[in-house]
Design a protein around this ligand. Structure first.
Ligand code: ZNH
Length: 141
């Protein structure tokens, strides 16, 4: 779990990220689909061209869900319980893909906030995103 210092880093950077939710979510998805094109198979019903409305809407939803996790940083499992069921029982996304998306989110945050993205911030985001990914994949059988 996160140390007190790591929580502080996530919470303070979230204030900045939350003002750019759509841009960050969209860019993370663009990076995901460009760098790891196999992930596109989960979105056959989406227009995945850079900047599409689908990417913007879905990107904003993903970042909003991260915001819910940040707000309940001591109870991420509770905050994301419904989303966890959705991913496990309905979407059935292979858990390996969560590492890929987490990486793209990390790179996106780093490139938007280079001055904030110290080695300690890197560690904090890496841990936070892996906690979120664990919660979203824990109901898989
Ligand atoms: Zn997911 C959906 C989040 C990962 C795939 N997602 C979703 C949503 C959200 C999310 C919020 C919406 C829901 C509703 O609407 O209700 N995700 C998320 C997060 C994460 C994720 C936070 C991490 C971090 N996903 C993921 C991955 C994948 C996915 C990795 C693959 C690749 N999702 C998905 C899909 C969907 C979702 C497919 C559905 C879409 C539509 O709309 O259709």
């Amino acid at each position: 779990s996160l140390t007190k210092a790591e929580r502080t880093i996530i919470l303070s950077m979230w204030d900045k990220i939350s003002t750019q939710e759509d841009a960050i979510g969209t860019e993370a998805l663009e990076r995901l689909f460009t760098s790891y094109p196999q992930t596109k198979t989960y979105f056959p019903h989406f227009d995945l061209r850079p900047g599409s409305v689908h990417l913007r809407v879905h990107g904003a939803k993903v970042v909003a869900a991260l915001g819910d996790a940040v707000k309940s940083i001591d109870n991420v499992a509770g905050a994301l319980a419904k989303l966890s069921e959705l991913h496990a029982y309905i979407l059935r996304v292979d858990p390996v893909n969560f590492k890929l998306l987490s990486h793209c989110l990390l790179v996106t945050v780093a490139s938007h906030f280079p001055a904030d993205f110290t080695a300690d911030a890197h560690t904090a985001w890496d841990k936070f995103l892996s906690i979120v990914s664990c919660v979203l994949t824990e109901k898989y059988r």
